[in-house]
Write a protein that binds this ligand. Sequence first.
Ligand code: ATP
Length: 301
Amino acid sequence: MSKAIVSLTGIGKRYGTLQALSGIGLQLAPGEVLGLFGHNGAGKTTMMKIILGVLAPSEGEVRVFDVDPQSKQAWQGRRQIGYLPENVSFYDQLSGRQVLSYFARLKGVAKTEVLRLLQQVGLEKAMDRQVKTYSKGMRQRLGLAQAFLGDPKLLLLDEPTVGLDPLATAEFYQAVDKLKQDGASIILCSHVLPGVEQHIDRAMILSGGRALALGTLEELRRQASLPVAIRTKGLNGTLGKDSRFQPYMVDSNRLLVTEEQKLATVRALLEFEALEDLQLEPADLGQLYQHYLGATAREAL
Ligand SMILES: Nc1ncnc2c1ncn2[C@@H]1O[C@H](COP(=O)(O)OP(=O)(O)OP(=O)(O)O)[C@@H](O)[C@H]1O
């Protein structure tokens, strides 16, 4: 196995008496995309800042590109890291092109990259306007261009799709997929769950500074034993009259079964001549998120 790009072992962080992170462990592989999810105050930004070397952990060990991000050697690796902060702000008096040129110089990136990235995020027409005239979505896209400068090998994106319309969000995920294909590792932290799942390899769910879950969505589904929905078409009330299906029906065309019952149920449904279509709907990220957060709430009772 190739070496982890980010390695966190037993990470804890205290702000005074507040324990913002506890016992966090993570090995992020090259080319892997991790979705980091949690409510406000769960510790997502703190974790990103520790990876960036902006904050030192109170406990545990951090390695990024196999060095301590707070050490002098880490400066070498900084160019390989792209970061989009949650509340992105720029020098409002400068134009988008000037802002990006400034960051390009800081990162030692060629000027030609600036134009390419401004085009990629759809800001080429507005690039010579002052940033103060930009909408929230445009600022966010400028932030993304800044994070993508220099083809980073590690990208940390804090709420990247906030303020983006659906089209811009789709384009953003295309850019993420492309960077991943080129081998970049990405940590994507978001409150917005729909649409994220097909772009991540693993998810970490944080609550109160602890990782409640870490794994692929399939692993989390198995761990959570959430039911699978089976949607049928064409059976027109037949299922309701069949005692094999009655206990699992949520409406006349939909059944909720466990992962273990899934195959046998599908086989039984295929015996109906009238069946026109059948869809399997495993628990989505939103349901998994609710499940894991609900579990901590239940434990606290
Ligand atoms: N500099 C600080 N001093 C004191 N407490 C802090 C500081 N930064 C963060 N905290 C607290 O640490 C906890 C975790 O904050 P953090 O910003 O990491 O959460 P988050 O998951 O990123 O939240 P959000 O989604 O709102 O950005 C919160 O309770 C927050 O109030």
